[in-house]
Design a protein around this ligand. Structure first.
Ligand code: ZN
Length: 130
């Protein structure tokens, strides 16, 4: 992956299990050109090209989004990423499973704390307050 000097944001880390999670929020861009198959026009945008896939050479003319392309044109697809956006539907957890495990552990900890009887000093303090 060519980062072109863009500072990238590392994958987030799950608040519960500590594993990295999330996938890059990418878009796809088509490149079309005449000439040699292995000489596509260089990418001119400000994103990171995370993958490049040559599609082929058209035998006939065709139209995409009202743009007409002649026969014999090469086409390829580039996957682009801004270097920082991750898709993280369960942030700050990697999965719903992890969020549930975390919630259950938190609940157990809370219940345990409530179950501990108060000390004599704590009982005394409570009496003074009320
Ligand atoms: Zn996790």
């Amino acid at each position: 992956m060519k980062t072109a000097g863009i500072k990238t944001t590392p994958r987030p880390i799950c608040a519960h299990c500590g594993k990295q999670y999330g996938r890059r929020d990418v878009t796809t861009e088509a490149a079309r050109w005449h000439g040699r198959a292995d000489e596509p026009p260089p990418y001119a945008g400000d994103k990171i090209v995370t993958s490049y896939r040559y599609h082929g050479q058209s035998a006939t003319h065709y139209t995409v989004n009202q743009e007409r392309f002649e026969a014999g044109m090469h086409s390829a697809f580039r996957t682009l990423w801004d270097g920082k956006t991750w898709i993280t539907p369960y942030k700050p957890f990697c999965t719903l499973r992890c969020a549930l495990d975390y919630a259950r552990e938190a609940f157990r900890t809370f219940e345990r704390r409530r179950a501990i009887p108060e000390t004599a000093a704590e009982a005394e303090e409570r009496k003074l307050k009320w």
